[in-house]
Every structure is written in structure tokens, then in C-alpha cells.
Design a binder for this molecule. Structure first.
Ligand SMILES: C[S@@+](CC[C@H](N)C(=O)[O-])C[C@H]1O[C@@H](n2cnc3c(N)ncnc32)[C@H](O)[C@@H]1O
Length: 261
């Protein structure tokens, strides 16, 4: 399990939260009483679901004590609960009308097993709404792979390699269709314009670099970030607008219902 730094993660909260709201814009509002946000992180987006569905009970599920400590600082609300659990095995005590998951399932292996499990948690007519990144061929990730293969990092990090678990859009459509869901899937490239020095490095420090940083000592961090940061600066030049950081994200909204044959 990766230790998280909620403060670093939230440095780009506007860019990171926009896909959540773009996903939610496509989620229907009928019969929403019991909702889970899987991989809820620091919980602010989970909290925003209270105003979207004021009659519902909202559960935020995450396996990071650091993220949940940040969520615990949010205003208390009788209809909002946070649960520490692995989303791959967690079971609610009643069927869910909506499962929402923003930027989390890419960390969880074996979607061929995960999706049937999540669908089994849905009430009839329940909806599974998911957004994940699919930008792992971008320079930020290619350069990270290059640096971790070099010494001294190769010896320090052992067999660790960046690994995310995102399948192709057609795979999700076929899998959800076979599970009996009506699915709508789309993909967007956000052209984030990041501000501040070493903006892509700062972004990666809040997400993709977490597993690396937690395997290195403080001194080793500085050296690693200096080498990786120099490569990122060359790959993502700063323009007068800021640092352009293209980011591809697939979304799907899938409803459990009997389909006409
Ligand atoms: C990039 S953050 C996204 C947080 C939040 N959904 C958002 O959109 O801001 C990914 C979150 O997924 C959580 N996560 C990753 N694997 C998980 C697992 N197996 N079970 C529960 N949470 C997990 C992490 O702890 C982290 O909080």
C-alpha cells in the first residue's frame, strides 16, 4: 500500500477535481439513497456529494490512513462516513445505488475480477461511475521508467517498476456489457496548464511518485528528484501560459439493468 501526502496531492486540486465533476455530470439522479466513493482520498469531493444527493448516505472508502486523516478534518455530517478498507474487498452492509470512483481504480490490480465484484455491490438500477488516468505513455511516465532503471536507483528500488492497471476503453465496454450493464464510455484529454516551478514534478510528487519516494531515504529523495526533475523540465518547457501537461482520462458510467435482447 502506498503512503500518501494529502497536502502535496491537493496542490493541483482544481485540475484533479475537474474530472470528478465531469464524471458526476453524467450520473443520473433517480433513487439515490446509498452511495460509495471508492478511493475517496482526502474526502472533499466525497463531501460535495452531500449537496448533490442530500437525501443519501455517503460512504468514502480508502485504504490510506493519511488520506483518511485529512478527510477526518472535514466538517462532520450525519450522512457522511469514511471507512478504512481495501476497495477490492470491501462490502457495504446494503446494496449501493451509486458507486463513484475518481482517479483510484488504476492503483488496483486485476480489473477482470474487480469489476464483477463492484457490480455485485450495486442495487438493481445501480450505477457504477469511474474515471481513471490513461496517460502512462506520456513523457512524465516514460522518463520515470528510465530513471528508475539507472543506478543507483535500480539497486535502491530493486524490482519496483511503475505499474498501473488500466485496460482499454473497448475492454471496459465489453466487460461491463457481459456483466449486464448499459455502459456509456468516453475519453477526454485535458490540456492542463500548470503554474509554478517544476510543475510536472510537483504533480508527480503528489501521485505517481509516491511509491518511489516512500522507498527512498530523505537524502535519496533529493537526488532522485533532481535527476528526474531535470528531465521533466526538458520534456515540458514553460511557456508564457505556464507548463502544458496533457492528460488523457477515460470515464464510464454503467447502469445495472435488464437489457432488451
Ligand atoms: C489519486 S487519489 C484520488 C482521490 C480522490 N478520489 C480524488 O479524486 O481526489 C487515489 C486514492 O485511491 C486510494 N486507493 C488506492 N488503492 C486503493 C485500494 N486498494 N483501496 C482503497 N483505496 C485505494 C489511495 O489511497 C488514494 O487516496
Amino acid at each position: 500500500m502506498t503512503p500518501w501526502d494529502p497536502q502535496q496531492y491537493q496542490r493541483f486540486s482544481s485540475e484533479r477535481s475537474r474530472p470528478f465533476f465531469d464524471l458526476l455530470a453524467q450520473v443520473p439522479d433517480d433513487n439515490v439513497r446509498y452511495v460509495a466513493d471508492l478511493g475517496c482520498g482526502p474526502g472533499e469531493l466525497t463531501h460535495s456529494l452531500l449537496s448533490r444527493w442530500p437525501e443519501a448516505t455517503i460512504l468514502g472508502v480508502d485504504n490510506s490512513p493519511d488520506m483518511l486523516a485529512a478527510a477526518a478534518r472535514l466538517p462532520v455530517h450525519a450522512q457522511l462516513q469514511f471507512v478504512e478498507a481495501d476497495l477490492a474487498t470491501w462490502r457495504p452492509d446494503q446494496p449501493l445505488d451509486r458507486i463513484v470512483s475518481n482517479a483510484a481504480l488504476q492503483w488496483v490490480p486485476d480489473h477482470a475480477s474487480l469489476l464483477p465484484h463492484l457490480v455485485s455491490l450495486l442495487a438493481p438500477q445501480g450505477v457504477l461511475a469511474v474515471q481513471m488516468p490513461r496517460n502512462f505513455d506520456e513523457p512524465a511516465h516514460r522518463l520515470l521508467a528510465e530513471v528508475v532503471r539507472q543506478e543507483p536507483w535500480a539497486s535502491l528500488l530493486g524490482s519496483w517498476r511503475e505499474r498501473f492497471f488500466v485496460e482499454t476503453p473497448t475492454w471496459y465496454i465489453d466487460t461491463l456489457d457481459h456483466l449486464g450493464l448499459e455502459v456509456s464510455l468516453w475519453e477526454t484529454i485535458y490540456y492542463h496548464i500548470l503554474t509554478g516551478p517544476d510543475a510536472v514534478l510537483e504533480w508527480m510528487k503528489g501521485s505517481g511518485l509516491r511509491p518511489v519516494l516512500t522507498r527512498l531515504s530523505q537524502d535519496q529523495h533529493e537526488q532522485f528528484l533532481s535527476v528526474y526533475g531535470a528531465r521533466l523540465r526538458a520534456a515540458y518547457p514553460v511557456s508564457s501560459a505556464g507548463t502544458l501537461y496533457p492528460f488523457r482520462r477515460p470515464f464510464f458510467v454503467a447502469r445495472r439493468e435488464e437489457k432488451a435482447v
